[in-house]
Design a protein around this ligand. Sequence first.
Ligand SMILES: Cc1cc2nc3c(=O)[nH]c(=O)nc-3n(C[C@H](O)[C@H](O)[C@H](O)COP(=O)(O)OP(=O)(O)OC[C@H]3O[C@@H](n4cnc5c(N)ncnc54)[C@H](O)[C@@H]3O)c2cc1C
Length: 497
Amino acid sequence: MSVSLVWFRRDLRLSDNPALTLAKSRGKPIICLFNLDSARVRRQDVDPIHIEWELDCLRTLKSDIESIGGVLLFSYGDIIEKIEEIHHTHKIAAIYGNEETGLQWSWDRDKAVAKWCESQGVKFSESPTNGVIRRLKSRDNWKRQRDSRMEVSVIEPITQIVAPDGLNSDHIPTITELGMIARPLAHRPNPGESAAIEVLQSFLEERGRTYRKGMSSPISAQTACSRLSPYISIGCISIRQILDYSNRKARIVQRNPRSKQNLGWTGSLSSFRSRLAWHCHFIQRLEAEVTLDHLAMNPEIDKHMARTIDGAKFRAWAQGNTGWPFFDACMRSLSATGWINFRMRAMLQSVASYTLWLPWQLTGLHLARLFLDYEPGIHWSQVQMQSGVTGINSVRAYSISKQSRDQDPEGHFIREWVDELSHVPTSHIHEPWLMSQDEQKKYGCMIGVDYPKPIVDEKISRKEGISRSYSAKSQPDSKNRSKVVYHLHGSRKRRRS
Ligand SMILES: Cc1cc2nc3c(=O)[nH]c(=O)nc-3n(C[C@H](O)[C@H](O)[C@H](O)COP(=O)(O)OP(=O)(O)OC[C@H]3O[C@@H](n4cnc5c(N)ncnc54)[C@H](O)[C@@H]3O)c2cc1C
């Protein structure tokens, strides 16, 4: 008797999982499979933190699958080899998966699987799970299509899986068993589907009330933001599920928005739901252009900018040793925990691109490895936006000096992450290089010895970066390309200029 194969990729959940539901409806025994692509593990945008997170989430998926009678096979290597092996022993009738929008390597892998299926007469079915539209004809229609996708009810989890007789689940290895060196993170979230729902509930019950106001500071954002991104990126929860819970909360709030218990929620829920739409909006860009990790949306601007690699600047930036306290605190905190809020991510990238004039491809790779929630479609779109190479977004070069005073006025975040400055008083915490020699001695921090001098003069270099960016953007070939970029990727909410 033949089997249905459910191929898990970035959809590690039972709820709202169309591939699993479709396979179940076919009535054949089901084999669930996860393959860790060895080609992917070797990629420069992949870090052990991603693999370890994935394996931990996979272990919870395995126990959820087993609890309803199923089995989960695990392999590490090439997907085609594994599918052939299963086909040999169990005869696969069909492979069911959920669509993944990734970089070129993942398209190549998926095309290879489709080709193999065709050659073997095996049906290959891929279902959409979010608002990213495959083969979208025009951006003009995207919002309507995305919204109608989101209106479809969440799919209830299946309650039983029939696996082929005598087949058992594989052991899910630890990262060490796979021969990789782990990079432990501080405050790492609990893995898995149930943990994702708990995090969402805690956000919608209380934490999210201050979302709108609290999302900008790296201190308040830790609790005010949903913290769902690591779960979303590996598919422990779907955008539709999050939206469904949020809509229910919004309906409760709408009944009495001014009551004490609903205070703050209207604005926060509206901001949150916008960001859930942004999620799909940005991934749609990668769906249309798989080269976003190395080719600028507007290559003419990128060429005119001609950013250059400077090893010393890159190292100082990447290690959080720039001599700018707030910047270093953000980079070190991200490196230790795998997460930082949106505004600080934007600052980290824009300082690299405007103030230090480093190539975005290089700095974007470094950040990709640091983010536990690395999601190529959002990541590379944002990296390009914060580097001014789309041509359709305004030049936005974050000032560290302003962000430091606005988001960490007392210097608490700085002192938490930059140990060298732990005794420096608030009056000097944002610009410790202005301390006199006596003050440096008094506060135990000699600039240039214990803590670096600023790597460049921020005011001058940032201004220079901005002016070079405007100049690149205003060239005729850049402007022509920007029209094409807008047509392909632009948000239709903006008025066309
Ligand atoms: C340079 C740069 C790189 C980024 N790289 C990633 C990445 O690799 N993975 C990633 O998930 N996010 C990325 N973001 C977007 C954003 O910073 C994170 O989604 C957010 O900080 C995650 O925390 P949260 O889940 O608590 O977000 P919340 O604010 O609670 O938002 C909920 C969800 O909405 C989506 N979302 C929020 N903000 C954005 C945004 N600006 N664009 C698109 N979707 C958004 C995410 O899926 C997020 O999990 C990047 C931003 C920048 C500036």
